[in-house]
Design a protein around this ligand. Structure first.
Ligand code: ASP
Length: 600
């Protein structure tokens, strides 16, 4: 960090002093991190944003400062001047960047008192999240949190520098807008001037970035705040930050090329080196091999399709699944487990939607110890062993079901079977997605990405067979980002809307402005978006995205520090023309009240 402008509080950053500065008179300022009294001497670790520095108060040299230091408590704010000296050889602290030096205090000014904090800043003792968020400004003083906030800044700066150099322009898009199409519930803001009308907070800048391409900006990015009112799921935030990008006159390769280089630069900040170009796997391939469209490939277990081997099996369960167009797929796993473990895995498979789970343990001669062994021929077992590479003492888990269910179940079991924590990192593209997935509850097709994604394949065939020009980036089993080549033609756009049940009238009402813009000369375009919170969390090795957001919401969606969301004055509501049908507080606390209510 650049040296501070010397003023009455400090001449140097505490954490930046080194043996080269020995002999100088310096003044530093910050917080009392720790105080130790040692036979007349008082040691204080002073903390500023750059780190810690040891201050020594000697009674005979600076009696006043020494007396004042004796009354200091943790987190008091002080400014101290004195001479920087080299520590005795025996007192050097190799753990600390400033560990070879210390400041012999001459003068001390106490700038603020601190109450006893509800948790120790200098200790790594586990602190409940509610308490951390209630006193976030204290939690943010911790070294780990400071490092996370700094890393986040470095990541965002790297993105801005890289893309600016590549000719991208950062454009802000509105936060108060109309409902956008990512498929989650919107946060709404009532309009006072047009009572009864509402702004929606954007789920992403999707439509605006497409409009910027139509407007001729060619290369756009934005570090954009997005808002999605989703039910709580582990580690989600109602507002999150995304790197949003869009390019005109491009195809997939153009997006991959720039994103590959961008990711290489960003990951290098955390010491993660990646070789380019990033590998690309088709959706069908990852679903087949890993049973997930965002697999953690570091888990060495892969799924094998054994339908062909069992095509003429006499085992009714396999034969039945295959006869009705399903598949038989298997995983090979660690070992000769007790029966209990197989029962437990069967329960998990059922929870994931399987009718059952067949299992076997391979014995020395390649025969199976398995409840289904008696239904299978020796040849079927031997060929299955071969296909899976299963050897003596290894276990085989088999699911016979529709391809979707088999993928979901075996994909869901894979992490269970991992031996130890996955090591290293793995990053790759998933490409060639299906355009739609069938929504069983609503009895209609849903867009796998969003409805502005360009479809591919024969658009006269039924929508279930269409592919989409979408792509995702997967990092260590997380979807880091995703995007697509967009539709730039109104007729194709309406075809996609039709497929997902949005008729021309509804399309016009919801997205009329985009459809109209498409008629004024829309270039071919495409883009992508990356979740910054997740990206930084992965790079920081943080277990939760809340650890890389300065002021996140708690798991409940509330902010224990500010008390948001909170009630507002009756008058404010009247001005907005909004009536609240307030749920009884007790019922609300018990979670018995529906989340969304119709105020009419
Ligand atoms: N708008 C998409 C999203 O936020 C990303 C994209 O298609 O560029 O997920």
């Amino acid at each position: 960090m650049k040296a501070p402008r010397p003023n009455r509080y400090r001449t140097h950053w505490a954490g930046q002093l080194r043996p080269g500065d020995v002999g100088q008179r310096v003044r530093v300022a910050g917080w009392v991190h720790r105080r130790r009294d040692h036979g007349g001497l008082i040691f204080i670790d002073l903390r500023d944003r750059t780190g810690l520095l040891q201050l020594v108060f000697r009674p005979e040299e600076a009696p006043e400062a020494h007396a004042a230091a004796g009354g200091l408590r943790g987190e008091d704010v002080i400014s101290v001047s004195g001479e920087l000296v080299r520590r005795d050889e025996s007192a050097v602290n190799p753990e600390l960047p400033t560990g070879e030096v210390e400041l012999v205090a001459g003068e001390l000014a106490q700038l603020a008192d601190a109450e006893t904090p509800p948790f120790q800043i200098g200790e790594e003792d586990p602190v409940g999240e509610e308490l951390r968020l209630r006193y976030r400004y204290l939690d943010l003083r911790k070294e780990r949190m400071r490092d996370n906030v700094m890393l986040r800044h470095a990541v965002v700066k790297e993105i801005r520098d890289f893309l600016s150099d590549e000719g991208y322009v950062e454009v802000e898009t509105p936060v108060m807008t109309r409902s956008t199409p990512e498929g989650a519930r919107d946060f709404l803001v009532p309009s006072r001037l047009m009572q009864g009308s509402w702004y929606a907070l954007p789920q992403s800048p999707q439509l605006f970035k497409q409009l910027l391409m139509i407007a001729g900006y060619e290369r756009y990015f934005q570090i954009a705040r997005c808002f999605r009112d989703e039910d709580f799921r582990a580690d989600r935030q109602p507002e999150f930050t995304q790197l949003d990008m869009e390019l005109a006159f491009v195809e997939e390769e153009d997006v991959f090329e720039v994103v590959d280089r961008l990711l290489q630069r960003v990951l290098a900040l955390a010491g993660v080196e990646i070789a380019l170009p990033l590998e690309r796997l088709s959706y069908d391939e990852v679903m087949l091999r890993y049973g997930s469209d965002r697999p953690d490939r570091r888990i060495g277990v892969e799924i094998t399709d054994i339908s062909d081997i069992l095509r003429s099996s006499e085992f009714k369960v396999f034969a039945g699944a295959l006869a009705s167009g399903g598949v038989v797929r298997a995983l090979k796993a660690g070992g000769d487990w007790p029966r209990r473990r197989f029962d437990q895995l069967t329960e998990e498979a059922q929870a994931l939607g399987a009718k059952g789970l067949a299992w076997a343990v391979v014995d020395a001669g390649g025969e199976w110890r398995s409840p289904i062994a008696k239904f299978l021929s020796e040849d079927e077992m031997a060929r299955t062993n071969d296909a899976l590479g299963a050897r003596h003492g290894e276990a085989i888990l088999i699911v016979a079901d529709s391809a979707d269910v088999a993928a979901r179940v075996l994909g869901g079991l894979r992490p269970e079977l991992a031996e130890g924590k996955p090591e290293g990192h793995d990053i790759f593209w998933v490409v060639d997605f299906p355009a739609f997935e069938w929504n069983e509850d609503e009895g209609r097709w849903d867009a796998v990405h969003h409805p502005f994604t360009s479809p591919a394949g024969d658009l006269d065939a039924e929508p279930g067979s269409w592919r989409s020009r979408a792509y995702d980036v997967i990092f260590d089993g997380w979807e880091l980002g995703g995007g697509s080549i967009r539709i730039s033609d109104t007729a194709v756009q309406q075809k996609v809307f039709d497929a997902i049940g949005i008729g021309p009238a509804e399309a016009k009402q919801r997205f009329g402005f985009l459809l109209e813009a498409l008629t004024y000369g829309a270039p071919p375009h495409g883009g992508i978006a990356f979740g910054i919170d997740r990206m930084v969390a992965l790079l920081a090795g943080a277990t939760s995205i809340r650890d890389v957001i300065a002021f996140p919401k708690a798991a409940s969606g509330a902010d224990p520090m500010t008390g948001a969301p909170a009630t507002v004055d009756e008058r404010q509501l009247r001005e907005l023309g909004v009536t609240v049908i307030a749920p009884a507080p007790a019922a609300q606390a018990r979670g018995e009240v529906a989340e969304t209510r119709d105020p009419r």
